[in-house]
Write a protein that binds this ligand. Structure first.
Ligand SMILES: [Fe+2]
Ligand SMILES: [Fe+2]
Length: 260
């Protein structure tokens, strides 16, 4: 029987070990309940920032994985790329189990969050449309606007210390039943699992090229999406960015074909 539960993995780490970018593991069986999601944790000098903790049913796994790297009271921040259920669905549990965490989310979505339930005591910082610098331990992270890719209030998160870019739904892949891997090896094969998502969920080429323009100024070693597999190393990062550049019409550009 193949192993379907995968343990957390440190994607990138500073030389002195004080800063880590961690993928928080996965249970492939979750694909039977909903789309598979990647969660990540950035740790700097004992303080943690949790990225897109995900829906209700993954929270127990995510919580256990986080506590392997940082004490729950030292999770000081939670970054939400956007408002989808697979991103914010566990917000109530996040608030209960990480009581010291400040939530960062687009200013577009804060008024919608109370619909998830009682949010007493949660500190929320609205990320303005132009983005935000977020401080964690002795490090600085950058929330980079990625609006309309797909959410109208959407951010990616760059970690300059280890040169990792969390790309949210950009780079998402939906694997066929029974298939899963953590790192992209065969790009051409992997692109088949990304293309339908990018053509239908991402809103416009104009938005995509605006994001690419910002990203191209950064030194990136790893791109880590919320779904699918990670692009590790400059060669794969560049292949992925080139693929996005040449993706052609997406979202509203295809509106007539989509609506028939
Ligand atoms: Fe989404
Ligand atoms: Fe998503």
């Amino acid at each position: 029987m193949s192993i379907r539960v995968h343990k957390p993995y440190v994607i990138a780490e500073s030389e002195d070990g004080s800063h880590k970018f961690v993928w928080l593991g996965i249970d492939e069986a979750d694909a039977e309940k909903g789309i598979l999601t990647n969660q990540y944790l950035i740790v700097d000098n004992g303080k943690g920032l949790l990225i897109d903790p995900g829906g209700y049913f993954v929270f127990e796994r995510v919580y256990k994985a986080v506590t392997e790297f940082v004490d729950p009271e030292n999770v000081v921040a939670v970054f939400y790329s956007h408002q989808d259920p697979d991103v914010v669905g566990s917000l109530n549990l996040v608030a209960e189990f990480f009581p010291g965490a400040t939530v960062y989310i687009s200013a577009l979505w804060t008024r919608f969050l109370p619909h998830l339930g009682v949010l007493e005591g949660i500190k929320i910082v609205e990320i303005p449309d132009r983005g935000l610098e977020i401080y964690l331990g002795h490090s600085k992270l950058v929330a980079i606007p990625a609006h309309f890719l797909h959410s109208p209030g959407n951010f990616t998160l760059y970690d300059p210390k280890v040169k990792v870019l969390f790309s949210g739904d950009i780079g998402a892949a939906v694997f066929p039943k029974g298939k899963w891997y953590l790192f992209v090896e065969n790009f051409e094969e992997h692109a088949k699992f990304m293309e339908p998502f990018h053509k239908r969920y991402l809103a416009s080429s104009k938005a995509l090229h605006a994001w690419l323009k910002k990203i191209e100024q950064l030194d990136i070693e790893v791109i880590a999406p919320q779904h699918g597999a990670i692009f590790a190393g400059k060669r794969l990062v560049e292949k992925f960015l080139a693929w996005l550049r040449n993706l052609g019409p997406i979202g509203v550009d295809n509106i007539d074909a989509i609506t028939g």
